[in-house]
Design a protein around this ligand. Structure first.
Ligand code: FAD
Length: 469
């Protein structure tokens, strides 16, 4: 009888523990991807990108003499149907840790077990399982540095080779994922964002290789320069598992052995991702509400219809560095890490809007959307998270721009209105946005920010000082 390998965010043949376990059983393996209840709730860009990743993985499996069966519907129902059709006796998958995935997976596991099916989950999405990293008193870590110290000397185990996948004698029927219309909500944006993507395992390995040969030496300083392409861009691939965190870890360790300057910083970043999952696992509420519950009393606005929220989303606040970043995200599906911190600070502090508005908009627009890193990033920026920048530390967007975009290259790259000969990057924004926004490249750029650096800082600090917690 065959076994099912259920792929979700692990679109790779190498270092894939669930796929290896399925193959090691010796039975024919039927890989399956389900557009299920969790996928259906994703925002436009991540849902679209997930579909593209699943298609690429199907092609890779085909190249390895296997196939990927695509189905749509609630996960447990679909798996039960496939089991009935194929006579499969076991299902293998790699674990996920965000609350929605966990709820789904717990239901699937208990349902399948009740049916007498072997349901196995494996460790493959992060470096260290969240329950294996404990403080001296047996709790979980709430602060990054001690977490880093606890794991930096640990061995996440060797990266596994791609297995030989025993093919099924007969294959169940499959949907065609492009018929699902997962990119529907992207509308015009898809054609603009697509050239910025690097889809699939080979592309991911290419990115890691290029970064290790060309990027790592300068990484420590280049990573903060907004105009420089100084980071690995691997987040897009890590989030769909097109490369394993472990492969990145070992590449970082090799770079350490070679004495490369940025190696430790890179390892620390990969571990930040693990830390986000550590937090999400131990405190699932981090994805939906203030981690520090006293922040529920803070006078943030949650009204999405307000003009300043619209201006923030559409990149026309008049604060150039913020607008440039918001447009970068709309055109490329990603945003520079420092820019993420700046726009998050501007929204939550200068505009006094709830971080959830920003979290949701990022989930709508980011092709590297990750439920854990996004939630941690927003709560860190807003001051409501466990390991957060204090609320009273308000980034000044203008001095940040002077420091990290010294020559204005980043702003000119994304803001068509501020230069007489705007580059394609800047004008393509107007091709990507919905017509209903009513914006054109010929519009005048706002003559002043909707909230200035000084005024926003003053208002945020006053609210913070008057809080009753
Ligand atoms: P590199 O600098 O090359 O780092 C390598 C890898 O380390 C990244 O690919 C990523 O997996 C990990 N990493 C780096 N920085 C962080 C970080 N601060 N937190 C967690 N992991 C990190 N990252 C996402 O992957 N998805 C998100 O949805 C997301 N939302 C964010 C929201 C906010 C408000 C903030 C402040 C940060 C967010 N980040 C998110 C973290 C970070 O901005 C991105 O991981 C980073 O910009 C990705 O670029 P890179 O792959 O070139 O990173």
């Amino acid at each position: 009888a065959p076994v099912l390998y259920w792929t979700r965010r692990d679109f790779r043949l190498s270092d894939n523990p669930a796929l290896v376990a399925a193959c090691d059983s010796g039975a024919p393996v039927i890989p399956v991807f389900i557009c299920d209840e969790v996928v259906e709730t994703h925002g436009a860009a991540p849902k679209w990108r997930l579909g593209l990743g699943a298609e690429a993985f199907g092609a890779a499996l085909q190249g390895a003499g296997s196939r990927l069966i695509y189905r749509r519907g609630p996960a447990l129902e679909v798996l039960r149907a496939l089991i009935a059709e194929t006579g499969a006796t076991a299902v293998h998958w790699n674990r996920l840790y965000d609350p929605d995935s966990r709820q789904r997976d717990e239901g699937v596991k208990s349902g399948l077990k009740a049916d007498g099916i072997d349901a196995h989950s494996h460790a493959g999405h992060i470096l260290f399982e969240p329950w294996t990293v404990e403080t001296g008193t047996g709790g979980f870590y709430k602060v990054y540095t001690p977490f880093w110290k606890a794991v930096r000397g640990r061995d996440p185990g060797p990266a596994l080779s791609a297995p030989k996948i025993p093919a099924a004698k007969t294959w169940p029927e499959s949907d065609t994922p492009s018929d699902w219309g997962l990119g529907k909500a992207m509308r015009r944006g898809a054609d603009i964002v697509h050239p910025h993507l690097a889809i699939g395992e080979e592309a991911a390995r290419g990115r890691l290789g290029a970064f290790m040969s060309n990027g790592i030496d300068a990484y420590v300083t280049a990573r903060d320069d907004l105009a420089t392409n100084g980071t690995s861009h691997l987040s897009e691939n890590l989030t769909y598992g097109e490369i394993s965190a472990r492969a990145c870890w070992w590449a970082g360790q090799r770079a350490m052995d070679e004495g490369k300057a940025g190696a430790e910083t890179f390892l620390k970043e990969i571990v930040w991702r693990d830390f986000a999952y550590h937090l999400v696992y131990h405190t699932p509420r981090i994805t939906s509400g203030n981690w520090r519950e006293e922040w529920d009393a803070f006078p943030w606005t949650e009204d999405e219809r307000r003009a300043e929220v619209k201006a923030w989303k559409q990149g026309r606040t008049g604060m150039q560095i913020v607008d440039a970043a918001m447009r970068e995200m709309y055109v490329t599906g990603r945003m520079h890490n420092r820019a993420r911190m700046l726009v998050a600070s501007y929204l939550t502090k200068h505009l006094m809007c709830h971080w959830k508005i920003g979290l949701d908009w990022f989930e709508e627009c980011l092709v590297d959307w990750d439920p854990a890193s996004n939630a941690m990033g927003w709560q860190w920026s807003a001051g409501s998270g466990p390991d957060a920048t204090p609320y009273f530390r308000v980034f000044n967007p203008e001095t940040q721009a002077e420091k990290f975009d010294k020559h204005g290259r980043y702003r000119r790259r994304w803001l068509a209105e501020i230069t007489s000969q705007p580059p394609d990057t800047a004008t393509s924004y107007f091709e990507a946005i919905p017509e209903s926004w009513g914006m054109t490249a010929d519009d005048a750029y706002p003559s002043a920010p909707i909230v200035s650096a000084a005024e926003g800082r003053k208002r945020a600090l006053a609210a913070y000082e008057n809080r009753d917690f």
